[in-house]
Design a protein around this ligand. Structure first.
Ligand SMILES: Nc1nc2c(ncn2[C@@H]2O[C@H](COP(=O)(O)OP(=O)(O)OP(=O)(O)O)[C@@H](O)[C@H]2O)c(=O)[nH]1
Length: 295
């Protein structure tokens, strides 16, 4: 097994390593804590809190802009020391400690010792986070997939059961999609799916998420939305999809049928998806290019 010192030398730019540290015990504890999680938030929380406890700091901040990660403990002050963390080609982010008094060389060396403990656990956590995100994303449309939907729906049902937070579900199914594939080919079919996903995402609220549920079927969970609000949004989605135009395929027109249901205090919230599906069948069976509401 590699000693942590190897990681220090590879991992930190502009880094000068000192074998001397007066906080060996805290450092050993921190090393153990950092090995215990693959979740980014608890990992960085432990690191920021322990660093501030070992080396008197007013704030410790971590940022990784490309991954949209940001953590901070305490309030920023004038004097700061900042490190960019990198492992081989991988940019892991930046750590900055601040306080009212300047840092001594001994203290910056101690911070560097702590950072060397963070490098590998942080890289592992970032890899894990990427793998989890990919497992929840549809590779074609880049929107969330069915696994992500199941988790989001469970969260919504729990919130409804606990606090009666109303929600609606909208199931959107492209009409005659098989014909689109047969007439224009699968690559154009794939392009249609991507455009439909983007259009739905751009039409709903930013706080609502669209999922690719299956082949040409999409689902949206509308939090805090009653049936009237959901119908309004459903109509808007239907109209926007109908207006989609495809370069080089002027004849290609896309329409979708939409089924909507709202959670109901008198009925098990688990049934909301099933009800939206029933409404979708009604929209399909009564002409398509329609919004139908489960009543
Ligand atoms: N291009 C492409 N086609 C897909 C994908 N996933 C599913 N499909 C196709 O989607 C089509 C769905 O066809 P059907 O279930 O018959 O539905 P439909 O033709 O849309 O008819 P209605 O829903 O009744 O209006 C099938 O031909 C599938 O092969 C995909 O990722 N890309």
């Amino acid at each position: 097994m590699k000693s942590p010192n190897t990681a220090k030398v590879i991992g930190i730019e502009g880094y000068r390593f000192s074998e001397q540290t007066s906080e060996r015990l805290e450092i050993a504890n921190l090393a153990i804590k950092l090995q215990q999680t693959l979740e980014i938030a608890p990992l960085l929380q432990s690191f920021c809190a322990e660093t501030a406890a070992i080396i008197p700091c007013d704030s410790v901040r971590f940022a990784n802009k490309s991954r949209d990660l940001f953590f901070q403990t305490g309030e920023e002050q004038l004097h700061r020391c900042r490190y960019r963390l990198a492992l081989e080609e991988d940019d892991l982010g930046e750590i900055e400690c601040t306080r009212q008094q300047p840092f001594t060389i001994k203290e910056t060396q101690a911070i560097e010792n702590l950072l060397s403990l963070l490098i590998y656990p942080l890289r592992n956590a970032l890899l894990y986070q990427k793998a989890v995100a990919e497992a929840h994303r549809d590779p074609l449309t880049q929107i969330a997939n069915r696994a992500a939907f199941n988790e989001a729906l469970n969260r919504e049902i729990c919130a409804f059961n606990r606090h009666h937070t109303e929600f609606s579900i909208m199931v959107i199914d492209i009409d005659y999609f098989k014909q689109i594939n047969d007439t224009y080919g699968h690559l154009v079919g794939d392009q249609v799916l991507k455009e439909v996903a983007t259009t739905i995402r751009n039409t709903i609220r930013r706080s609502d998420e669209v999922f690719r549920y299956g082949g040409e079927e999409f689902v949206v969970i509308l939090s805090n939305t009653n049936i009237a609000g959901a119908r309004f949004i459903g109509e808007r989605v239907r109209r926007e999809l109908k207006q989609l135009a495809f370069k080089n395929y002027e004849q290609l027109q896309v329409t979708a049928s939409i089924g909507i249901a709202a959670s109901n205090t008198l009925v098990d919230a688990d049934k909301t998806l099933h009800h939206a599906d029933k409404a979708l069948y009604e929209a399909k069976n009564t002409g398509r290019d329609k919004v139908a509401v489960y009543a």
